[in-house]
Design a protein around this ligand. Structure first.
Ligand SMILES: NC(=O)c1ccc[n+]([C@@H]2O[C@H](COP(=O)([O-])OP(=O)(O)OC[C@H]3O[C@@H](n4cnc5c(N)ncnc54)[C@H](O)[C@@H]3O)[C@@H](O)[C@H]2O)c1
Ligand SMILES: O=P(O)(O)OC[C@H]1O[C@H](O[C@H]2[C@H](O)[C@@H](O)[C@@H](O)O[C@@H]2CO)[C@H](O)[C@@H](O)[C@@H]1O
Ligand SMILES: [Mn+2]
Length: 443
């Protein structure tokens, strides 16, 4: 009889929570659960979906106990895994992260550029707080963290919680690889072995092999040069042209900067800043889209389920893209040696990059954690870009720790998305004004 696990979802009020719970309930055969807890520091927001989540769970397996709480001791006592997806400041602060830089014709984005820096300054304390709760009440628990901005959060956990049982991960590669598998005519991304390196939301694929060892990168690359990550001509012609479609399509421009690799779509924000700004609407950014779509839809569906007392006919979907979280938990629980892209300390994996960089690279995951694969030397183009962005991320963490205005100004000035120290300072001063409740007071 397999052990059954107890999990807590930190950021229980997240718009992703219902789809992640549906995904967990769809994987009980390989990841059996005895308890699911929701933990949030905003009771009202969590209560918008807690009852519906309880109904979904009880419909699938009444033996699973459920609790939604804002009490850290209740949340973190007797748990084996913490799935952490908090958003400090929630979506209204994301909106400001995206709109303030656009006032100065600078990229406004959730995790990239000044928006990511402001978000990082909010997120560090929230993630560390949850790690400390976890270690106080369930010292053997693993935190599977995908709270953003994952690059800055990962650097902060490296510096301030170096021995904690936390693994930082991102679902962007999952999405890109799902599309690559379709492009290559494979039934699943798991039919591929990839080699990838970079920082979170700032990386490149260098090899994509099928299970016979055949190199698929040239074939996939030819498609990307025409359609980006849009997986087929049919989808190119028929898919809804929303912001994610445009982001996937634009990868056909990014790949021209190094046709020997396949880039993360996020590199658009760093290499084509002018294109991004010229195609942004300061009145209506991605945060507004999410508030008007995912947030509204998820909360509305949860309200319907809670009122009906059942989930018949719900449009809530299983978060298939989130299955990587179960893959990771299973690898830790059952020592499966799953190969996964994780955000980990470099320690020589990328030979010509500093050891203390938090890099996103393939790792083998087992009972005692992860073992990074060796990448070797990277080319000068990527090395130069990575080292600049890495310095930004490290300066943000130093600025947070030292409450340093100077270092945060340096981080903004150093970002490839910001044209001058003058503009960096204007953005910084605006950010300080709106983040008074979240950032340490800078001096
Ligand atoms: N790494 C990835 O690939 C990936 C993918 C998707 C989303 N995300 C991240 O997941 C998070 C959730 O996204 P969302 O759009 O659902 O956000 P959301 O605003 O809908 O929900 C986040 C929840 O976190 C809660 N929260 C904030 N601070 C907290 C704290 N200190 N302790 C406990 N709870 C806290 C909020 O109250 C809110 O209910 C974000 O950080 C987002 O960027 C990451
Ligand atoms: O703008 P949002 O909030 O919809 O998405 C921002 C997140 O985008 C990435 O996650 C995507 C993923 O890449 C895609 O394949 C699909 O699964 O949806 C996810 C969430 O929308 C990115 O990895 C995250 O860090 C961002 O927060
Ligand atoms: Mn991500």
């Amino acid at each position: 009889m397999k052990n059954k696990f107890s999990i807590v979802i930190a950021g229980g009020g997240s718009t992703y929570t219902p789809e992640i719970i549906l995904m967990l309930l769809d994987n009980l055969d390989r990841f059996p659960l005895r308890t699911i807890k929701l933990y949030d520091n905003d009771e009202n927001r969590q209560n918008k979906l807690a009852k519906a989540c309880e109904i979904l769970i009880k419909e699938k397996d009444p033996s699973i106990s459920f609790v939604a709480t804002t009490n850290p001791q209740i949340a973190y006592t007797d748990v084996d895994f913490c799935l952490a997806h908090i958003r400090v400041g929630q979506l209204p602060m994301r909106e400001l992260d995206e709109k303030i830089p656009l006032k100065y014709s600078v990229v406004g984005q959730e995790t990239c550029g000044p928006g990511g820096i402001a978000y990082g300054m909010r997120s560090i304390a929230g993630v560390l707080e949850n790690i400390d709760y976890m270690e106080k009440y369930s010292p053997n628990c693993w935190m599977l963290n995908y709270s953003n901005p994952a690059a800055i959060v990962a650097e902060a956990t490296r510096r301030f919680r170096p021995h904690s049982r936390i693994i930082n991960i991102c679902d962007m590669p999952i999405g890109m690889e799902n599309n690559m598998a379709k492009i290559a005519g494979l039934s699943s991304r798991k039919d591929m072995d990839v080699r990838y390196y970079g920082l979170n939301h700032f990386g490149w694929y260098t090899s994509i092999k099928d299970k016979s060892g055949y190199e698929l990168l040239p074939k996939i690359s030819e498609h990307v040069k025409q359609y980006g990550y849009v997986p087929s001509q049919y989808e190119y012609e028929h898919a809804k042209r929303d912001s994610w479609f445009e982001t996937n399509l634009f990868t056909r421009e990014i790949i021209k900067t190094d046709p020997t690799t396949i880039p993360s779509s996020y590199l658009k924000y760093y290499l084509f800043q002018d294109h991004v700004v010229n195609n942004s609407n300061i009145e209506y950014t991605r945060a507004n889209e999410v508030m008007d779509t995912r947030e509204k839809e998820v909360f509305s569906e949860c309200k319907k389920i809670a009122e009906a007392g059942h989930s018949n006919g719900t449009t809530l979907k299983i978060g298939i893209h989130a299955e990587f979280i179960v893959d990771l938990a299973i690898a830790l629980a059952y020592n499966t040696h799953e190969r996964m892209l994780l955000i980990v300390e470099n320690n020589g994996a990328i030979a010509n990059l500093q050891d203390d960089a938090m890099v996103e690279i393939p790792c083998i995951v087992g009972k005692d954690g992860y073992e990074p694969l060796s990448i070797g030397n990277i080319p000068l183009f990527q090395k130069g870009l990575i080292e600049q962005q890495l310095a930004v991320e490290k300066l943000v963490v130093e600025a947070w720790a030292e409450h340093s205005y100077q270092k945060l100004w340096q981080a903004l000035t150093l970002s490839k998305t910001v044209p001058s120290a003058t503009i960096a300072k204007k953005i910084l001063d605006d950010f300080i004004e709106v983040n008074k409740d979240y950032w340490p007071e800078l001096r």
